[in-house]
Design a protein around this ligand. Structure first.
Ligand SMILES: [Zn+2]
Length: 416
C-alpha cells in the first residue's frame, strides 16, 4: 500500500458511490412521476404506456446498480486483492516468450471478466427485454452471437495485441507513439470493413426497394448534398423490436441503414425527419470531430502510460510487484483509468447533447420539426423510454437530451 493505493481506493469509492446514488435518484424520480403522464405528452401517450416505461427503466436501473457493485468489487479483487498477480503467475509457467505470456495473460483476463458480464447480458435479454415484450432472440441465437463475437475478437484482437506488446518491448521510450499509430490504422481499417464484411455476419442487409419512401429519401440526400453508397434495410426485428437508423463506414463505403422495425412503425415523413437528423450529424462534422477527439484522447492516454510504465509506485499501489511485464502495465492502466476519469462523464454527455440539439435543428431546416417530434414521440413510446428521467442522472449520463427538453426545443423551431 502506498499513496497511489489511497488515491485509487478513494477514486473508486467516490465513483461507485456517485454511480449508485445517481441511479437510485433516477429510480426514485421515475417512481414519483409514474402516476401521471407529463402534460406535454398526455395526448399521445397513454397512462399504461407511461407506466410500462417507468417499470422498464426501473428494471434496467436496478440491474445497472447490481452491475456497478459487481464491477467495483471485481476491480478490487483483481488489483489490490492480488488476482492479476495470480493469473500472471500461471501464464508465466506456460510460456517463456514475454509476448506470448503477456498475450495469454490478457486473454485469460478477458475470459474471466466476460464470465462476469455474460450473466448480466443474459438476464437483460431473457428477463428484462422479454418481460417488457422487446426481445426476439432465442437462446441459440444468443450463443451464436457470442461465438461469432469471440471468433472475431480473436481474429482481429490477437494480432493487434501481439503487435502492441511487441512495440512496447522493442521501440524504446517512444513505443507509445508507434502503438498509437497502429491503433489509429487499426480503427480506420475496422471502420472500413465493418459495413460490408462484419455487420452481415450478424444481420441481413437488403437494398431498400424502389418505393415512394426511397424517392423521398433520395430527394432529401440531394437537397443536403450527401452522397452514400446505398440505402439498406436491416432485419433488426430478428433480435429486438427496438427501432433505429444509422450510418456506417466512411468515404466510399458509407451506407445508410434503417432497421426494419423503424420502417414499419414510422410514416414516410417521420422516417425522412429521422434521417435528416442523422444527416445533420454528418454534415455538421459531429462524426469526424468525435473520431478526432477519440484519437486525441487515446494519444494522451498512451503518453501517460508511457510515463507510468516505468514508475514503481504505479504497480505497487495496485498490488503488483515492480518490475512487471508490459502486458501487466497495459492491463492495469486500462482497468484504472476509467476510475479516475469517471467525473469527466458529464462533460462528454454534455458535448453529445449539444450535437443532438444541432442535428435536430438541421432536421428542422431540411426536413420538418413537426415530423421529427411525431417520430420521437412514437420512438419514446415504442422503446418504453422514460419521459421523466432524474435531471441530475440525465445531466451526468445521457447522450440525448430528455424528451421534454428536446421536443420543446423542436417546437420553438417551428414544429407544433
Ligand atoms: Zn442524434
Amino acid at each position: 500500500m502506498n499513496f497511489f493505493s489511497i488515491a485509487f481506493l478513494s477514486a473508486l469509492a467516490l465513483a461507485t458511490a456517485t454511480r449508485l446514488w445517481l441511479t437510485y435518484r433516477h429510480v426514485q424520480h421515475i417512481q414519483a412521476h409514474r402516476a401521471v403522464v407529463p402534460s406535454a405528452f398526455a395526448s399521445d401517450i397513454a397512462l399504461d404506456a407511461h407506466q410500462k416505461a417507468a417499470d422498464y427503466s426501473g428494471a434496467k436501473a436496478r440491474l445497472a446498480m447490481l452491475h456497478t457493485v459487481v464491477d467495483s468489487s471485481a476491480l478490487l479483487v483483481l488489483t489490490i486483492g492480488g488476482l492479476l498477480r495470480l493469473l500472471n503467475g500461471w501464464t508465466e509457467a506456460w510460456f517463456t516468450s514475454e509476448i506470448l505470456q503477456g498475450t495469454a495473460f490478457i486473454v485469460l483476463f478477458i475470459v474471466l471478466t466476460s464470465a462476469i458480464d455474460l450473466p448480466f447480458s443474459w438476464y437483460r435479454t431473457f428477463n428484462i427485454e422479454t418481460r417488457f415484450g422487446f426481445n426476439r432472440m432465442t437462446p441459440s441465437m444468443w450463443f451464436a452471437d457470442l461465438a461469432k463475437t469471440a471468433a472475431l475478437s480473436a481474429a482481429f484482437g490477437l494480432p493487434l495485441l501481439l503487435a502492441v506488446l511487441w512495440l512496447m518491448g522493442k521501440m524504446g521510450q517512444w513505443w507509445w507513439l508507434y502503438v498509437w499509430l497502429v491503433w489509429v490504422a487499426f480503427s480506420a481499417f475496422m471502420m472500413a470493413i465493418y459495413p460490408a464484411y462484419i455487420a452481415p455476419l450478424f444481420n441481413r442487409f437488403a437494398p431498400m426497394p424502389e418505393s415512394s419512401l426511397k424517392t423521398r429519401i433520395e430527394n432529401l440526400l440531394a437537397k443536403c448534398g450527401f452522397r452514400s453508397n446505398g440505402l439498406f434495410v436491416m432485419d433488426g426485428s430478428k433480435r429486438s423490436s427496438h427501432g433505429n437508423a444509422y450510418f456506417t463506414g466512411f468515404g466510399k463505403t458509407k451506407r445508410i441503414v434503417f432497421f426494419d422495425t423503424l420502417i414499419s412503425r414510422l410514416t414516410e415523413g417521420e422516417i425522412e425527419a429521422v434521417l435528416a437528423h442523422e444527416l445533420g450529424h454528418f454534415k455538421l462534422r459531429h462524426v469526424i470531430r468525435r473520431m478526432l477527439w477519440t484519437f486525441g484522447v487515446s494519444l494522451v492516454l498512451l503518453g501517460a502510460l508511457g510515463y507510468l510504465k516505468d514508475e514503481a509506485w504505479f504497480y505497487e499501489g495496485l498490488g503488483v510487484a515492480y518490475p512487471a511485464s508490459n502486458a501487466m502495465a497495459l492491463l492495469l492502466f486500462v482497468l484504472v483509468v476509467p476510475v479516475f476519469t469517471f467525473l469527466l462523464q458529464p462533460l462528454v454527455a454534455m458535448y453529445s447533447r449539444k450535437h443532438e440539439f444541432e442535428a435536430d435543428a438541421y432536421a428542422a431546416r431540411y426536413s420538418s420539426a413537426r415530423e421529427l417530434i411525431k417520430a420521437l414521440v412514437k420512438l419514446y413510446k415504442d422503446n418504453a423510454s422514460t419521459l421523466t428521467p432524474d435531471p441530475l442522472h440525465s445531466a451526468f449520463y445521457d447522450s440525448h437530451p430528455p424528451a421534454s427538453v428536446r421536443i420543446a426545443r423542436l417546437q420553438s423551431l417551428g414544429g407544433t
